[in-house]
Design a protein around this ligand. Sequence first.
Ligand code: GLA
Length: 389
Amino acid sequence: MKEKLLKKFAELFENSEGAGFFFSPGRVNLIGEHTDYNGGHVFPCALTIGTYGVARKRADRKVHFYSMNLDHFGVVEASLDNLVNQESYGWANYPLGVVWAFAEKGHSLDVGFDMIIWGNIPNGSGLSSSASLEVLTGVILRDLYGIQDVSMTDIALYGQYSENNFNGCNCGIMDQFAVAMGKKDHAIFLDTSTLKYEYAPVKLKDAKIVITNSKVKHSLVDSAYNDRRRECTDALAALKTVADIETLGDLTVEEFEKHKHVLTDPVLEKRAKHAVAENQRTIEAVAALKRDDITRFGELMNQSHVSLRDDYEVSCKEVDILTELAWKTPGVIGSRITGGGFGGCTVSIVKNDAVESFIEAIGAAYKEQVGHEAEFYTVDIGDGARKID
Ligand code: GLA
């Protein structure tokens, strides 16, 4: 990949002398969905698929972005003197937003840069292609400009800040954190209220992680996501009148049951119920994994899906078909929707010797019921974003 990117870079920007080569992964969340903006726990891991980038400083104040996945965009040009989101920039609003976030946080750039990328994360699939690109940009900026006092956690936070304030999606910290802090063969047990985290080895013995892409993306993704956030904020405000809490993640299921009468709107009650229960499930799932109880881990994944489907209402017909099919398939330990929802992917844990039949059987049944093919990826857990020499 490096050769291909360097060649294109040289073609576009005269030569590739002194240009650096970088990689930033995608992520899959094993459990702990829609808990990250509720002060709860998440359990994602970085993948070995992701976004590659080549970049070099310029002498003037221009910034140039080029994507080898979206050649038709050509080179997008912006200026450090006018860091604003513009529709015509398309995908380049993501890296530009990170430049803006660095400036907002006190790291203004003196000169611009040229950057080209290529990635193999399917877009809009819930595997965090945007967080991957944001964190890639952060790692590039830190390296090119020698910004010493920015940690990988800061890069994740700047990525989230740019997505919230430059690109208009009110996402939590999970995706950027997983992409920045990933570790090979480990998932990250992150407490989003403190950003304290722990790496847990993902030892699935005789099983694998299989991601199934429904290949649907319902258009309401960003607006419905922001609606869910608002509903949780409203539920929290009501619960605070009877419980001494900072976030929904502070409540146990029992405490929630005791106090839920203050939620007079049944929709708010369902949303908060999910946020509370999902956080508890995540804590329990990590404990189960640590004691090698993969069966329990799988059961909790299945429960997570039901809760996201019925209480949080972020699934959709196609993804429900995938999980129902998976639950009925021999050798499947657990299966659930992963990521923001309204389409995208499921994550399943499947016994090694059943992976082939899983792909075949679910592939055929899905095509028959939905009318188009699903895509399957058996994935490996990789390291976080970095410069590659
Ligand atoms: C998206 C957001 C994350 C998180 C998930 C749901 O991926 O970017 O912050 O909220 O949805 O768990």
